[in-house]
Ligand binder design. Structure first.
Ligand SMILES: [Zn+2]
Length: 65
């Protein structure tokens, strides 16, 4: 995963936490069926060169229709 700003190799697999809380961010999407909702906890990638932070999920394929 390269930084979109400076093409530096980004540090992936960083944990995402909301400051002041025990809970991270959760990304979810309603599916077509009743039990087809998908959700994922995002991870962060950090560029050690310019400080850019990108969020991504491993379960992105489950979000496709
Ligand atoms: Zn960068």
């Amino acid at each position: 995963m390269d930084c979109i700003h400076c093409q530096n190799e980004m540090i992936t697999d960083c944990k995402v936490n909301v400051e002041g809380g025990m809970y991270g961010i959760k990304i979810s999407k309603k599916g077509s069926g009743l039990f087809k909702n998908v959700s994922a906890k995002p991870k962060a990638a950090v560029c050690s060169s310019c400080g850019y932070v990108a969020f991504y999920i491993d379960e992105y394929k489950e979000f496709s229709e």
